[in-house]
Design a protein around this ligand. Structure first.
Ligand SMILES: Cc1ncc(COP(=O)(O)O)c(C=O)c1O
Length: 462
């Protein structure tokens, strides 16, 4: 294979069958679409190239900077494309949570601008999400920016409708699969691929399962069920089912692909595998039960065996590779990397423990602060904290707090503590964790800093 440019190597990724003794499905053939084998390392190569390509010449003429709201694979692909075309690239994001990707972007020459997200930033004089404002600013004509706009750009979806989808059909000998299972970030890959698979043979329905992260769980690259609604190209009508996967399940799925299938998948590939097998297992069991019934009926009628049920086919997408996520795995499952298991991790807190945590409303919190002077810890990012915070609070961003707590209680047991986060979910989880660790008086601010602001309670700015 000989190419004039690395971008010609984008697409035509392999479709690899997962051995039935690994997934255990008896009547369904399961295939992995290995988008991780795109040249820049992920399914985002297709979207990045499709969105940037038509405007590169113009950008070179005007000396524009390529800009995208991305902290991951889209940014990586665009940084490489920008470099190849002599253009600067700027990635705008709220908190970069995967340090390996941040460092890789810097190595590729990208500029990174980190902004707080909507639920984090609470400036009452400017209640709009800073990311949205930035987005609007960039979309105005005349700026020296090539804004690829992945969350709203139909060329993102189109890259998969014209590439990923037709490739799957060709590799399945001209048939669409019965199921497509894909993680949802911008929704471009699932929407575009689903569109082509469904149009291929409208008489044979393709069932599309979208996978998202569990509420307040973090799987890098995809959204949670709450966040996904905010994406412009997300259309709930695309999916027959939207199911959530926890970070632990994603890592379990990833381990199976790594250790049994020879596939160097990252966490979202693992989430897709895990979600696919979980979704298909009940269908498979039903097929087996129906086959037994049919066989009994056929034998009764003719004294002959019933026909084997028709084999069906499912495809899931492996989005990227594992190497960038070793820190993510170290944090959540250190035992997999030969380290002692994490005793005090927020992920290990159960729903029952969260329900048992002490949660107080704004008025009660104000009274408690005035009377008992608890240590108020604000778990939001530094930009959001700088914009507005509770007077006297200290800022320890949640990832750092997680690290601190892993080593044991980071303050004395006699020190009462009030935890605050954007909407009160993370703080309740940490309050439950600290309670489990033996702290006698840690409370979580119900509804978080948003509720505090909405109640008109005072906030100060640095
Ligand atoms: C690692 C990873 N997996 C899955 C996805 C989801 O893809 P899409 O944005 O097409 O929904 C992304 C998107 O950025 C990603 O980075």
């Amino acid at each position: 294979m000989r190419y004039d440019s690395i971008t010609e190597a984008i697409g035509n990724t392999p479709l690899v069958r997962i051995a039935p003794d690994v997934h255990g499905l008896r009547h369904i053939d399961l295939y992995a679409k290995l988008e991780m084998l795109n040249p820049f390392g992920s399914l985002k190569d297709r979207a990045a190239w499709n969105m940037a390509r038509p405007r590169l010449h113009g950008a070179q003429q005007s000396g524009a900077t390529i800009v995208e709201l991305s902290s991951g694979n889209t940014a990586k692909a665009l940084a490489l494309i920008a470099g190849m075309h002599g253009l600067p690239f700027k990635s705008v994001t709220n908190r970069m949570r995967i340090p390996e990707i941040k460092e890789l972007l810097l190595l590729l020459g990208a500029e990174i601008e980190e902004l707080p997200g909507q639920s984090e930033c609470l400036d009452p004089t400017d209640t709009d999400d800073p990311l949205t404002l930035f987005h609007q600013q960039l979309s105005r004509p005349g700026g020296a920016h090539l804004h690829t706009d992945q969350y709203f750009n139909d060329l993102n979806t189109q890259a998969h409708a014209t590439g990923t989808g037709p490739e799957i059909i060709a590799d399945l000998d001209g048939r669409a699969p019965d199921w497509l299972i894909a993680c949802v970030g911008t929704a471009g890959s699932s929407t575009g691929t689903a569109r082509t698979l469904r149009e291929h043979d409208p008489a044979r329905p393709v069932s599309v399962v979208g996978l998202v992260g569990e509420k307040s769980d973090f799987i890098p690259g995809i959204r949670t069920i709450d966040e996904v609604q905010e994406v412009g190209i997300f259309d709930p009508g695309t999916y027959d089912a939207i199911e959530s996967v926890s970070a632990d399940e994603a890592i379990d799925g990833m381990l199976t692909l790594l250790r049994r299938c020879g596939i160097l998948a990252g966490p979202t590939g693992g989430a897709a595998y895990y979600g696919a097998v979980r979704h298909l297992a009940s269908v498979d069991a039903q097929t087996a039960a129906d086959a037994v019934l049919a066989e009994g009926g056929a034998q009764g009628a003719r004294g002959a065996r019933g026909a084997e049920p028709e084999r069906r086919t499912a495809v899931f997408i492996v989005c990227d590779r594992v190497e960038s996520y070793l820190g993510y795995v170290r944090q959540r499952r250190p035992e997999l990397l030969g380290r002692p298991p994490a005793k005090n991790s927020a992920a290990s807190v159960t729903e029952a423990e969260i329900r048992g945590a002490s949660v107080i409303g704004v008025a009660e919190a104000q009274k408690w602060i005035a009377e008992q002077r608890p240590l108020v810890i604000d778990l939001r990012g530094p930009f959001a904290y700088a914009a507005l915070h509770i007077d006297g609070s200290v800022n320890i961003v949640d990832e750092l707090f997680e690290e601190l707590v892993r080593g044991g209680l980071p303050f004395g047991r006699r020190q009462p503590v009030l935890l605050a986060c954007p909407v009160g979910e993370k703080s309740a989880r940490y309050a439950a964790l600290l309670t489990r660790m033996g702290h006698p008086d840690v409370r979580s601010l119900a509804g978080g800093i948003i509720a505090w602001r909405d109640a008109g309670a005072p906030l100060v700015r640095d």
